[in-house]
Design a protein around this ligand. Structure first.
Ligand SMILES: *[C@@H]1O[C@H](CO)[C@@H](O)[C@H](O)[C@H]1NC(C)=O
Ligand SMILES: *[C@@H]1O[C@H](CO)[C@@H](O)[C@H](O)[C@H]1NC(C)=O
Length: 276
């Protein structure tokens, strides 16, 4: 009994140690203000995306919540306006599981918004099923939708002086691989997992298996937004453009993540799949 107890206490202590040192520890502190700047945050009606959008709004940015679910997004707009005191928070409809919707969003945005300083590609999910265009949901939303979105907004981004694009990923990218045969046959492909609220799209069994793990391995929204904010706002990161950050610090990626030929191939395949 006492052995069991001390093992349990040991496990708990290790858990807390890892949790706090890895995840809770890294806090982005900065008083950068964003008056006159515009940011888009995809998937920002809950979790890390919402926390990110709130932080940007508090700094005075004009923040566009690019989300699929109108009701939830409007509720988030309300919350963020209220908490930040910034009325320039708005919702624009974007369904990353539809390339048509991505094009529609970009068109609306480019017509109505004269500038873009920050594009935060935050939305992510792991679910089965297909996108409107027939791609695996995770690949279609997490990668392809964002790929097209970024390319369509690139000129507007370049017009702003210090614009940045932040792609949110997660620890599981280390386990990921790119299977071009799968891509060609449009099968489901999970290329990487993005934190917390993705759970809401899962089945009950997946949830039971995944959520306890997610508590251990993933970030809480507050902590999880810190690296995103760091990449978006930290001064002097320009020479590190294209690199991977975690816990507000530069990190190495796996060998695959440094494979330029693989990256080029994924780029070309993505262009083709987006009809570019
Ligand atoms: C971020 O995603 C966009 C869209 O897929 C891509 O163009 C860009 O190269 C990505 N950046 C990094 C550092 O992976
Ligand atoms: C990344 O890897 C290089 C070479 O393997 C090493 O010198 C460097 O310290 C590593 N950086 C980090 C942040 O781990």
């Amino acid at each position: 009994m006492s052995v069991l107890l001390s093992v349990l206490v040991g496990v708990l202590a290790a858990y807390l140690l890892i949790y706090y040192s890895l995840f809770k520890g890294a806090r982005f502190k900065s008083n950068v203000t964003l008056k006159g700047k515009t940011a888009i945050v995809t998937g920002s009606n809950t979790g890390i995306g919402k926390t990110t959008a709130l932080d940007l709004a508090k700094r005075g940015a004009r923040v566009i919540l690019a989300c699929r679910n109108k009701e939830k997004a409007e509720a988030a707009v309300y919350d963020i306006r209220k908490e930040s005191g910034n009325p320039e928070v708005l919702y624009m409809h974007l369904d990353l599981a539809s390339l048509k919707s991505v094009r529609g969003f970009a068109e609306t945005f480019l017509k109505s918004e004269p500038r873009l300083d920050l594009l935060i590609n935050n939305a992510g999910l792991i679910v089965s099923g297909r996108t409107e265009d027939g791609f695996g949901m995770a690949f279609g939303v997490n990668h392809l939708g964002h790929f097209l979105l970024t390319l369509l907004l690139l000129d507007r981004l370049k017009q702003a002086e210090h614009s940045r694009v932040v792609n949110v990923s997660a620890l599981l990218h280390r386990l990921g691989s790119v299977d071009f045969n799968l891509l060609n046959t449009h099968k489901d492909l999970v290329t990487g997992v993005i934190a917390t609220e993705i759970g809401r799209n899962m089945g009950v069994l997946q949830k039971l298996l995944f959520l306890p793990m997610s508590k251990l391995f993933f970030l809480d929204p507050e902590g999880g937004a810190q690296s995103t904010l760091y990449c978006a706002l930290q001064e002097g990161l320009e020479p590190l453009s294209g690199r991977y950050f975690s816990s507000c610090a530069l990190q190495n990626v796996s060998a695959q993540g440094k494979d330029d030929a693989l990256a080029r191939k994924l780029w070309e395949v993505s262009e083709r799949l987006c009809g570019l």
